[in-house]
Write a protein that binds this ligand. Structure first.
Ligand SMILES: C[S@@+](CC[C@H](N)C(=O)[O-])C[C@H]1O[C@@H](n2cnc3c(N)ncnc32)[C@H](O)[C@@H]1O
Length: 227
């Protein structure tokens, strides 16, 4: 069976040639909403794009003018793809952003404690590196690298999303796909908040129900602060 690194490299090399940022993430960084409040001056802030894949959101962070952006993913191939898309943006505009590229997993991110002002985990925190990893391990690791009062932006699929089609239940709320990858599934946004509460406060949430031409892309998105 292929490893989960080979699986993800295959997904992004074969299927996605264009790298448009996630629309909901653009809204969070650039929009104004009644229940979403954080300082939007980025030029003195450091941000992590955890699970950068093809770098579509990393490129957005560079465009937003962060002081430092670190992209992290599980394989060198994905990091190379991220770098390629970021360099396209850097070529188009003058950028003072320092961009770094690292390999890591949700439960092991090779960065010192309390480093980031922002951590973005867009469609990635619910993946386990192996069968023994628990979602709590992933959240503890994301909390470790954020500064106190730093912002976590976390996006997970809803329980009826298509990524859970054809998965097999391996333990309570953990599902294994045909590719062998184990994901945690949440049945409500409150369930995610309960996992985050030991480390985070000030929760703002968005729930997007999306039947996208036959594929269910419904999402829970949370913005919160580290205690
Ligand atoms: C659904 S994609 C989302 C990618 C990207 N954030 C985006 O919005 O386009 C999932 C990403 O999580 C990464 N991933 C898979 N397992 C992981 C793990 N155990 N730790 C960290 N990242 C993982 C994959 O390599 C892939 O880049």
């Amino acid at each position: 069976m292929q490893s989960y690194k080979e699986y993800w490299t295959g997904v992004f090399y074969k299927k996605f040639t264009k790298a448009y940022p996630a629309e909901q993430l653009i809204k969070i960084f650039k929009g104004t909403y009644p229940k979403l409040h954080f300082d939007k001056s980025f030029s003195n802030k450091k941000v992590l794009d955890m699970g950068s894949a093809n770098g579509r959101n990393t490129a957005l962070m560079v465009e937003l003018g962060f002081k430092e952006v670190i992209a992290c993913d599980i394989s060198q191939d994905l990091i190379d793809l991220t770098r390629k898309n970021v360099e396209n943006v850097e070529r188009e505009r003058e950028s003072n952003t320092i961009v770094k590229y690292i390999i890591g997993t949700n439960d092991h991110i090779p960065v010192q404690d309390n480093y980031f002002d922002f951590v973005v985990s867009w469609g990635s925190s619910y993946y386990m590196s192996d069968a023994l990893v628990d979602y709590k391990d992933n959240i503890a690791e994301l909390a470790r690298i954020l500064k106190r009062n730093g912002i976590l932006i976390l996006d997970n699929p809803q329980q009826n999303a298509s990524i859970y089609d054809d998965t097999v239940n391996v333990r309570l709320n953990y599902w294994r796909g045909k590719d062998g990858i184990i994901c945690k599934r949440f049945d409500s946004v409150q369930e995610i908040i309960e996992e985050l509460e030991p480390y985070f406060y000030d929760f703002a949430t968005s729930e997007l129900s999306l039947d996208c031409f036959g594929r269910n892309d419904s999402r829970y998105t949370i913005v919160c602060r580290k205690k």
